[in-house]
Structure formats: structure tokens, C-alpha cells
Design a protein. Structure first.
Length: 559
């Protein structure tokens, strides 16, 4: 009896491939229809102006739910929100272990505590260089440099082939406060020709030539800027970039300044880093209530708000609304960060407020105060050389990044380059094939406390209201069709211009009264008919007056 169904290794991107954010992928092994699955990462994306009121967007786990009985575990590469932000919302439903390093585990635990969530996921420790087995998969975490501690690439070994899932990485030979990328291990993996290898690789900076500058270069620049500043210095950065925090703290120490810290995320994350022994040799940070006790030349303020968040420290300081911290003309503010697309305007507004007050603002445009945590083309080429993959699947990027990465892979002679998108089923081994759109994918919105599909959320209505405003009209008619009270009305979000001959509310009143008058009394006693007639009339008359169609709700009561 022959075995007609051979074992296959498949890769299914469920988020993050064709978009930046909400990374989640499944790897399946076994014959078609009886595969075992592991999931790598479970991230979120942040809602933008197109999703008013939505803070977080999560990948729809429909495909995982369909295969819930055959899923074995979730493995997290690192604790950036776009890789682990959805764990506490999505993973409890599966009741399966989550493998991650100590830092990621501590981040998950701290997040759970801050959101007052009870223990809802089982965390299993994962250490670099210590392979472990989950069903048919052997997994080894490999240290990579990135912009948060303990970022890992994963080597996933199965009987038909291997995968290096890079997660987010760069080839920084001199990171601050962590180990460099383990290039020796990647070279060993490449030299092992016993089974074919697929590289599932970060595409974020695939359109940029060269190498991402090292964290060391940033730390040299920060040293100089902090040493030369005559008065106070405030630095804002990503709270999770512990290496950067270390560089700032070292620069402060060298300049004989104390670090005052402001912002909950910074306190939380540096607390974790200190507990895990990552801040050795760094003096304790002072709390913001000590700010006023220090001389202007003896202080480095480390604060949150690098993305222009209105309630974060730097925004409140810029608006002179912070209860304990103020800056004066001649002080220096360093934005050791970049604005994530969508946040640029808010960040520039804060910088302008500071500049207008005579404060010296330094950004990555004027000094080497920030570097990306993702590989540029030179680093991608180097990883291909090291790992010698038979198959490349560009992930972690929008279409433009993915296709630039794919072209680079082909140019460098990788035999099979897969152009995948969310929802594709990619058979990696044997016989690499992409089956586009084979599985269900999508987004879930976290709307307040409610997790729902975009259709179930109120977003569509909110968008409509934001353009058309809302007019509510209420009128009572009696059995003989006479108006006994009203019309009463409320208008929200419509222009209200005083000195016009006829205001918008006059137009609504005229339209309501005119329509009621034009209906014969018999028809006027039919609430539904009156409702339709009024809605139509208001929309049309306000529409021609305003040049836009408002949203209209009419209530007709029969008494
Ligand atoms: Zn990351
Ligand atoms: Zn990422």
C-alpha cells in the first residue's frame, strides 16, 4: 500500500505580509488535511484616521480557529506590539502554551498586570541556542540585534526541510546593551546541506541600500550632544528600546548629569530590564518629582511621547501643561526616534511648539540620533550568503517593500522567491508552490472593550458622521394628521453661521414645515409616510444649501 499523501511543510501568513503591522504566521507540517501547526507571533496594528475610535487592529484568527485542534503552540520572536500585541486578546481562546524569552515573558506579564487581566496564557521559557521540540517541529531561537532586547530569529526544523524565520533583525555588529546578531549560527545553518532551507525574512528596509547604522553610532552622537549642551536636556525615545535608554544614561553619567524619567511605559520597561540584569552599571533613574531639585546643567530628562501622543510627557511639556517638568529657552530636546507613518503631523507640531519657545530641537534629520532596527539591502545580501536559502519568502512589509525584497533575492541568485500575501498557503517543501488566497484572513477591531469585525464595529457610521454630521427631527401628529407638537430638532456636526439670511436650522425648519403642509391630512397621519417624506426633504434641501448631504434621523410619533 503506497502512501499517496506525503508530508509537507507549509507557511501561511495571517498578518503583516502586504502591510506593516499585526504580524502573525502559521507553519503546518504533515500530509494535507492532517497537519499540525505552530503559530509565530501575534501582533497588532494601530488604528489610523480611517478607523476613527479604533485603537488596535488585530489579525482575524479565523484560520486558526478552524484548525484549533491541531495547533500546538505560539512562539513569539520579540515584544514589539506588531509581534505580540494581540496575544492577550486572541490567544486565551486556544489555551495553548506561548514560548518566549524572559524579557518578552516579563513584558507580557507586566502588560497583563497593567490591564488587570487575570492569568490567561501559559508562558513557557525559550532560551537562545537551546532547541526544543513541539510535535514534528524542532525550534531553536537565534539571537538577532533589533531595537528591543532579546529579539530572536527562529530555526524551525522538520523532516522535509528547515525554515529560518528572521523576525525583525539587523546586522548591527555593535549593538548597545545586547549581543550582536549570531552570524556564526546563521553560517552553520547555511553550511548544513542535509536538508533544504527557506528564509522567511523582514522586508521593512528592503528599499534602502547599504547597512543600517549601528546603535553605537547613535550612542556616540548622543554622547556629544549631551556633553555639549549648556542647560537642560530632554530625550524622547521608544520606551522599549532598552539599548537606547542605556546609551542615553551612559552619556548622562559621562557628562555628570542625573537621569530623571517621566512616562509610565519607561518606568515599566526599565524596571523589567533592571530586574533582568540588563542595566548593570547604570545609576538608578530619578523620578520626575526630583526634577525641580536639580540644577539645569545637571539633568537629562528621559521621557515618553516620541510619537506625538497628546497625553505623553513631551507633549505636555511642550504645551507647558506638565505639573512637574518645564523647559526654558536654551534647553535642548532630542527626538531619538522616528515618527511612525501617520504620526508625523503630531510630532512636528510638538517640535514647533518647542522651537517657538527658543528650545533647541534635535531630530534624526539633523544628527545621528536614531537608527532603524531593520536590515537594509546590504544586510539582506549578507544573510542570504550566510544561510544559502533555496527558498525566500519576503514578509513584514507593504507590497512595495515585499517586491523590492523579492527582486533583490532573485538578483542574488536565490532559486525560488515566493511572492506571498496574507491568506496565501505557501508549500515550502517539497516542491515550493504558492496557493494565493487559500485561507481566510482579515482584521478585527478592538473598539473600546469590544472585539469585533470591521462590519460589526461602529467605524463606518462614525466615518459617515464625520463628513455629514447628523440632524435629528422629532414631530408628533394626531389621528387626523395635525401636528400637535414639534418639530423639535437637534443638529450635530453641521456648520452654524450666524449672519446668513437663513441659517441651516432655518432651512431644516422650513423644509419640515413645508413638507408637512404639502401632505394631505389623511397621509399626514401615517407616521411611516411622514417619516420618509421628511427625511428625503431635509436631505435634499440641506444638501442644496450646504453642498453636502447630511445624515438625517426623523421620529414621527402618533398621539
Ligand atoms: Zn520589532
Ligand atoms: Zn516588526
Amino acid at each position: 500500500m503506497a502512501n499517496p499523501r506525503p508530508d509537507e511543510l507549509v507557511f501561511v501568513p495571517l498578518g503583516g505580509v502586504g502591510e506593516i503591522g499585526m504580524n502573525m504566521a502559521a507553519y503546518g507540517f504533515g500530509p494535507e488535511r492532517s497537519r499540525k501547526w505552530i503559530v509565530v507571533d501575534c501582533g497588532v496594528t494601530f488604528g489610523g484616521p480611517n478607523e476613527p475610535g479604533i485603537e488596535l487592529i488585530l489579525p482575524d484568527p479565523a484560520f486558526l480557529e478552524e484548525n484549533a485542534d491541531d495547533i500546538l503552540a505560539l512562539i513569539l520572536t520579540h515584544s514589539h506590539e506588531d509581534h505580540y500585541g494581540a496575544v492577550l486578546d486572541l490567544w486565551p481562546a486556544f489555551d495553548l502554551p506561548v514560548y518566549c524569552t524572559s524579557f518578552t515573558a516579563a513584558m507580557l506579564t507586566a502588560k497583563r498586570a497593567s490591564e488587570a487581566i487575570v492569568e490567561n496564557v501559559r508562558i513557557r521559557p525559550m532560551a537562545v541556542g537551546k532547541p526544543f521540540t513541539i510535535g514534528p517541529f524542532t525550534i531553536e531561537a537565534i539571537n538577532v540585534a533589533h531595537s528591543i532586547p532579546e529579539s530572536c530569529a527562529l530555526l524551525i526544523t522538520t523532516p522535509v526541510g528547515r525554515v529560518v524565520h528572521t523576525g525583525d533583525w539587523k546586522l548591527d555588529p555593535h549593538p548597545v546593551g545586547g549581543q550582536p546578531t549570531n552570524v556564526e549560527r546563521f553560517a552553520e545553518i547555511g553550511n548544513d546541506r542535509s536538508s533544504p532551507l527557506a528564509l522567511i525574512c523582514d522586508s521593512t528596509n528592503a528599499m534602502k541600500e547599504g547597512q543600517s547604522p549601528s546603535e553605537e553610532e547613535v550612542s556616540v552622537a548622543l554622547d556629544a550632544l549631551i556633553a555639549a549642551a549648556p542647560y537642560r536636556i530632554a530625550v524622547t525615545t521608544f520606551a522599549s528600546n532598552v539599548g537606547r535608554v542605556i546609551a542615553i544614561a551612559r552619556a548622562a553619567q559621562k557628562a555628570g548629569r542625573r537621569v530623571v524619567m517621566s512616562g509610565r511605559a519607561l518606568h515599566r520597561i526599565t524596571g523589567i530590564a533592571r530586574e533582568l540584569g540588563m542595566l548593570e552599571g547604570i545609576e538608578p533613574f530619578l523620578d520626575q518629582h526630583e526634577y525641580k531639585t536639580l540644577a539645569r546643567s545637571k539633568i537629562v530628562l528621559l521621557c515618553t511621547g516620541s510619537q506625538g501622543e497628546a497625553r505623553a510627557a513631551i507633549a505636555r511639556i511642550a504645551r507647558e501643561e506638565h505639573p512637574e517638568i518645564s523647559l526654558n529657552a536654551g534647553d535642548r530636546v532630542i527626538f531619538s526616534s522616528w515618527a511612525i507613518p501617520g504620526n508625523e503631523r503630531e510630532v512636528i507640531d510638538i517640535q514647533n511648539l518647542l522651537i517657538d519657545r527658543g528650545i533647541d530641537v534635535i531630530t534624526r534629520d539633523t544628527a545621528m540620533v536614531h537608527t532603524s532596527g531593520h536590515p537594509r539591502r546590504g544586510e539582506l545580501r549578507r544573510l542570504y550568503e550566510l544561510t544559502k536559502p533555496a527558498v525566500l519568502v519576503p514578509v513584514h512589509g507593504e507590497a512595495c517593500h515585499l517586491e523590492a525584497h523579492a527582486a533583490l533575492g532573485s538578483e542574488q541568485g536565490i532559486e525560488t522567491v515566493v511572492h506571498a500575501r496574507n491568506g496565501d498557503m505557501v508549500r515550502l517543501f517539497p516542491n515550493t508552490t504558492n496557493f494565493p488566497g487559500e485561507v481566510r484572513v482579515g482584521e478585527l477591531y478592538l473598539d473600546g472593550n469590544i472585539l469585533c469585525t470591521p462590519d460589526e464595529s461602529g467605524v463606518k457610521g462614525r466615518r459617515r458622521l464625520s463628513f455629514g454630521g447628523h440632524i435629528v427631527v422629532s414631530v408628533c401628529v394626531n389621528a387626523s394628521g395635525h401636528v400637535v407638537s414639534g418639530p423639535d430638532m437637534v443638529m450635530e456636526g453641521l456648520p452654524d453661521v450666524e449672519d446668513d439670511d437663513e441659517s441651516l436650522s432655518d432651512v431644516v425648519k422650513r423644509s419640515v414645515n413645508g413638507t408637512l403642509k404639502s401632505l394631505p391630512p389623511k397621509r399626514r397621519s401615517d407616521p411611516e409616510l411622514v417619516n420618509t417624506a421628511l427625511t428625503r426633504a431635509i436631505r435634499s434641501e440641506v444638501g442644496s444649501y450646504w453642498g453636502r448631504k447630511p445624515n438625517v434621523s426623523v421620529f414621527v410619533h402618533r398621539v
